[in-house]
Design a protein around this ligand. Structure first.
Ligand SMILES: [Zn+2]
Length: 249
């Protein structure tokens, strides 16, 4: 498909380190394999992500030479997607909460500085609707996602395009890069998150090796309640971002 709009240059570069230092399959060390980059169009402009790829070099391992991508990458965008998850969340919110048409959503995105054509808005709306139809009762889908690793590391992110509106909660598997469940919720209270995590846990027939999330108290408490025996690691990206945020007092 030809591109109808000229993509702006990245406004910044973000380094995404890779913290998967131990192979989840053989528990040996992983090695820094290569660095790659991709550009993602977000609500804050085009961001160039520099990604550290690691791999297992144990020839006996089932994940020998399989690439591990940084766990934070999925927070920005779906695999092979040009537009960020934050843009998809906004498109979905404008359509379903504010009942705006595709041309109206396009106009709003342009107003916010996002370079996009009308046809791409329609595609993003399709992606949003597909995300919300993902179900953890689809055993075949989950088996396909988890077959290679035999386990999952969950990452939980809440995307709220505008304060006071719905939050798009996305639970994904870091090892496969796939989204397991996504739900749009008006509130983001602990009980709602516990319900989502329990839904994921009930659908999986492989162990949950860990959870990566930000430091939000409702998420941490929900993880503890739903997955008490699973280690919850504060995402390094969130940790660094929070450490860099000036405190108001
Ligand atoms: Zn290995």
């Amino acid at each position: 498909m030809p591109r109808w709009t000229v993509r702006p240059l990245p406004v910044r570069t973000t380094e995404l380190p890779n913290h998967i230092k131990i192979c989840p399959s053989c528990h040996g060390p992983t090695w820094a394999a290569t660095k790659t980059s991709r550009s993602v169009t977000t609500l804050d402009g085009v961001v160039r992500l520099r990604l550290q790829i690691r791999s297992c070099r144990n020839p006996e391992c089932r994940r020998y030479k399989v690439c591990f991508r940084p766990e934070q990458e999925g927070r920005f965008a779906l695999p092979q997607h040009e537009f960020g998850l934050d843009v998809i969340a906004l498109v979905g919110m404008l359509r379903h909460a504010e009942h705006r048409s595709v041309p109206e959503i396009h106009a709003e995105l342009v107003r916010r500085g996002v370079v996009i054509c009308v046809r791409s808005v329609g595609n993003l709306l399709d992606r949003y609707d597909e995300l919300l139809t993902l179900s953890c009762s689809d055993a075949d889908r989950l088996k396909r996602i988890t077959a290679k690793a035999g386990q999952v590391i969950l990452a939980i992110d809440g995307l709220q395009p505008d304060v006071g509106h719905e939050v798009l909660w996305v639970i994904r598997d870091v090892l496969s890069g796939e989204v397991l469940l996504a739900r749009s919720l008006l509130s983001s209270c602990q009980a709602d998150l516990v319900k989502l995590l329990c839904e994921v846990k009930a659908g999986l027939d492989v162990p949950i090796a860990g959870v990566v999330s930000d430091g939000q108290s409702s998420i941490r408490k929900a993880v503890k309640k739903a997955l008490d025996d699973v280690p919850n690691q504060l995402c390094h990206f969130h940790y660094l971002r929070e450490a860099a945020t000036p405190r108001s007092n």
